[in-house]
Design a protein around this ligand. Sequence first.
Ligand SMILES: *Cc1c(COP(=O)(O)O)cnc(C)c1O
Length: 239
Amino acid sequence: MITENLKSIEERIQQACDRSGRKRSDVKLICVTKTKPIPMLQEAYDDGQRDFGENKVQEIQNKLPQLPDDINWHMIGHLQRNKVKFLIGNVKMIHSVDNGALAETISRLSCEHGIVTPVLIEVNVAGEDSKFGVHPADTESLIRAIAPLPGIRVKGLMTIAPYTDDPETNRPYFRALRELSIDIDKKNIDNIEICELSMGMTGDFEVAVEEGATFIRVGTGIFGERDYKQTDDHTNNNK
Ligand SMILES: *Cc1c(COP(=O)(O)O)cnc(C)c1O
């Protein structure tokens, strides 16, 4: 099932790239593996996938030692400062930075490790009360405040668009995130190059690609529905 699903997702990404005149190599697929068991991750790995997304530190901690070490792990979920430590040196990118205190913690622990951790700023572009993320109007000032931190490098913006049956309703949000990233990049803030846009999930990734996504995060479309009854997470990453 996973192999066929990946094939069909791949075709749809390619078609969205063709429609919007983008190169397939400019869009990275992150397989969102939260709640899914190791054999399913291994199957995606055997199909050539190397970028996996999880929304809980504990789950990355459990899965990482059981899988090949050339996987790029992406932390895509809400993150508390006291959980950061394990991620440093173990994840490729943290997509969910939305406050200065969290950025400082990531920076400090990265410096202790002698590395720089790439991060994205999570923006609540639709202004939903239920979502984490910085307000669009506060994004530039957050980036300015954390830009000097030596242990992080802000690479771009991330958003979780509203759940919808009609992906077109999310196009304005994806477009707004891209415009915000262009505006901020133009300010030439020291140490900052906003080039990545992490947006689009199973229900709306084609629209996100058309609007400039460089990372799309697809779970259900690859691995099937999640069963939250088996975990204590009924929140699906919302507040
Ligand atoms: C779960 C999750 C996804 C994947 O959602 P699907 O609809 O299953 O593709 C993407 N991004 C984040 C932040 C998530 O928590």
